[in-house]
Design a protein around this ligand. Structure first.
Ligand SMILES: [Zn+2]
Ligand SMILES: [Zn+2]
Length: 462
């Protein structure tokens, strides 16, 4: 590759591209053209094409991947953005959210999945070791699992574990959340003695939530829920005095219990609901005796969860196109069973009633179909706005790695200049040889995996 770049004098430009990636190790390769035109006269002001201007006809842009297993640099940027987004909605005073939201009732809620069968348990939340002993089961495991024990989260008895219910729950978890929020609004309205319409005219419920994969391969949701006045987070009007923190906490409890959903598969009806283990805590300075959490602690938790993905629970980091491609060496047996269950239920000829879930498409996510970070419209700023604000794409374009589409549609410099552009996806990432060179250019040391890949590569292509 080096020889090729040297030959056409494009090595310098390639090095520039690598520098502009700011540490991204899985860049997207784009081909395309961009043309700036004077809108009034039609005169072409400048043209740019990767074919003419870039080494090997490709522009490299940051991958923007949320997953730390794909790209540490972009994942860190995503985490920082998620932190800003959540923090702005809790404390205000930035990103267009007034600091008055600091006095709105706010809670940190964790909603979990029910049990689908006993699984091996690791140390407690505070890190103390505990015997595995799952409650309420005839099966038992008396081991003390260390936090890195791969057994944690795996079923004690895979044969009796309810894989179908697990996958159905996961695939509907977004719908359960939607129903939970509807119940929450209704319960708040009735606690206030108002009709739903009257309530909506006075109080708005805003939230931001993240999904976190647990070791057993199912998501939990962590959310900030905030009560605003009728116009959202704006400083006027404030939420009415009767819309109190206590009222919010009580309504979360009753809404969690009220939420459920029924799915019929064949002649079997599956009832899906939240797990009994859930948590509601006030956010703010009430002191630890109230179980309150500080705003920075909450923003930190959520940002940390936002970059975890299915592969941390043993899932795959890319879509599966065929179940026969599933390498049993690559995943743990529990994860393989979950993926196979998705594949089986995703057969639209056998289960036409589940076609809307598109389970084969989401098999690598163990059936989870939602976004990892979502928020109601008025919670705070958006990730897109944060990215745009950073405006670090001198030549490249914001690129949505989930959908492979440019995120900015209105490519306009200013009123008088029209920008026409057309981009195509060519590929992604560096070869092991290129990565070694990237490390030299950026002064970054290769990760163990990269060093290993390079060695394997050099053996094949000395
Ligand atoms: Zn990246
Ligand atoms: Zn165990």
């Amino acid at each position: 590759m080096l020889a090729e770049l040297r030959e056409d004098n494009s090595l310098d430009r390639w090095i520039d591209q690598v520098r502009s990636l700011r540490g991204c190790t899985a860049p997207i390769h784009l081909a395309g053209e961009r043309c700036r035109v004077d809108a009034s006269t039609g005169e072409i002001l400048s043209t740019y094409s990767t074919e003419e201007n870039e080494p090997r006809g490709a522009l490299l842009v940051r991958c923007k991947n949320r997953r730390v297993s794909v790209c540490a640099s972009c994942s860190e940027e995503y985490r920082a953005d998620a932190y800003q987004l959540i923090k702005a909605g809790i404390t205000g005073g930035s990103k267009g959210v007034p600091s008055s939201v600091g006095v709105h009732p706010r809670v940190f809620v964790t909603l979990t999945a029910p049990s689908f069968g006993p699984v091996h348990r690791g140390p407690g939340k505070d890190g103390t070791t505990q015997p595995c002993h799952p409650r309420r089961s005839g099966l038992s495991c008396t081991k003390y699992h260390r936090s890195d024990d791969p057994l944690i989260g795996q079923p004690l008895d895979p044969e009796s574990y309810d894989y179908v219910q697990h996958v159905l729950w996961q695939a509907h978890s977004g719908e359960l959340w939607r129903r939970f929020i509807i119940h929450l609004r209704h319960h708040l309205a009735s606690a206030a003695g108002l009709t739903r319409t009257e309530f909506a005219q006075r109080v708005r419920v805003s939230y931001a939530k993240v999904a976190e994969f647990q070791a057993r391969g199912v998501v939990h949701f962590h959310a900030v829920i905030r009560l605003d006045g009728a116009r959202g987070p704006s400083s006027w009007p404030l939420p009415p005095v009767w819309a109190s923190l206590d009222m919010l906490i009580a309504a979360v409890h009753s809404a969690v219990r009220a939420t459920s959903l029924e799915v019929t598969v064949g002649d079997e009806c599956h009832r899906l609901a939240w797990g009994e283990q859930y948590d509601v805590r006030p956010i703010g300075e009430f002191g630890p005796e109230h179980g309150a959490l500080s705003d920075t602690a909450v923003a930190g938790y959520i940002a940390k969860y936002a970059t975890k993905a299915a592969e941390e629970a043993g899932g795959l980091d890319r879509r599966l196109t065929d179940i026969t491609h599933l390498d049993p060496e690559q995943v743990r047996p529990h994860v393989a069973r979950l993926i196979e269950t998705c594949w089986r239920l995703g057969n639209r000829h056998v289960y036409p009633e589940l076609e809307y879930l598109n389970l084969r498409k989401w098999a690598h996510m163990l059936g989870f179909r939602g976004h990892f970070l979502t928020k109601s419209r008025s919670y705070s700023t958006t990730l897109g706005a944060l990215r745009q604000a950073r405006a670090d794409y001198s030549a490249g374009y914001p690129w949505d790695p989930e959908t492979w589409t440019p995120t900015r549609q209105d490519d306009q410099d200013d009123e008088s200049t029209l920008v026409l552009s057309d981009w195509r996806y060519l590929g992604q990432g560096f070869t092991p040889g290129e990565l070694a060179l990237v490390c030299v250019i950026t002064g970054r040391s290769p990760t163990t995996k990269e060093a290993h890949d390079k060695e394997a590569h050099d053996e094949v292509f000395p």
